[in-house]
Design a protein around this ligand. Sequence first.
Ligand SMILES: *Cc1c(COP(=O)(O)O)cnc(C)c1O
Length: 364
Amino acid sequence: MNQPYDRVYNFSAGPCTLPVEVLEEAREDLLNYKGMGMSVMEMSHRSKPFEAILAQAEADLKKLLKVPDNYKILFLQGGATMQFSMIPLCFLGEGKSADYMVTGAWGEKAFEAAALVGNANLAYSGKAANYNDIPKFDSIKLNSDAAYVHFTSNETIHGVQFHEDPTVAAPLICDMSSDIISRPVDVSKYALIYAGAQKNMGPAGVTVVIIRDDLLERIPAKMHPILDYKLHAKNTSMYNTPPCWSIYMCGLVYKYILHHGGVAGAHERNLWKSKVIYQTIDGTHGFFKGHAEHHARSTMNVTFTLPNDELTTEFVKEAEALKLDGLKGHRSVGGIRASIYNAFPLEGCQALAKFMWEFATKHA
Ligand SMILES: *Cc1c(COP(=O)(O)O)cnc(C)c1O
């Protein structure tokens, strides 16, 4: 069955698929945004319409995640990667240490950036098992005096995910780039949450930071302005020109999710979608092998391998012919990765599952 506009099922890990309704609305607004005679891309960020776009995006994200009043929501640039450096620069002061729980490639990068700044402690690493599992937080020795504890809720490359909000003594910082607004979270358990937009929220170019007010007070006075959360908060994300178009697109996505049952609705759909693929993996008696341990399986990135490289190449090729696009796994895991973020439709997961059955039957 063809998708609207002859689009493919886009399993890309990021940037990734966006809801067709959102793209249609953006198209509608493209040449003349609400009678302004110009697009959001061309509009001054100091104009009333853009200020309204920013305020609405912030309000809708706050509503989606039930963000308490003692947090600021910031729309920054530099990707989640910039946060890997900004966090230690702002919070890992001299004489302090920070605990890093590393469950995949992104956590590794965050840890490496922090180690350049100060005393970053590798509290947990799943590297020996090629990051196929996640630990229980209460089984890990953490320093209650740490400046913060950092972890990655969903490891996009390896396909492992924490399904619950951990409780720790030190301020908790989380990279939610690949699962933000895909499931309910208790924001009050976190001191700082950050996420690049291009997986679940919109196009690349904007990074959302949700930061608790008391953290802003810990930032050294002599911080570089562009790296200073406090300055960004004081200027409501307009210390310098914000990524206006990306913020506008995120705003459309937030509205779309609010209209479709909020994060609870998204979560339910995501559980179904991932189940369709995981059941197929488990049903083929070892032809497909899931990379992640069952309890650590991600609802966003489903990673699995085939018996050999030739079959993997053939699988990707045949899938593409069926408009199942972007399935090739990351080289560090090999095999296949199906990224099925919020906007990815259930029908695409069913189409993949059907193809997997046929492929396994043919080649087993
Ligand atoms: C994609 C991703 C990143 C990197 O994001 P950029 O916006 O490219 O800097 C970081 N962390 C996670 C978990 C990711 O999925």
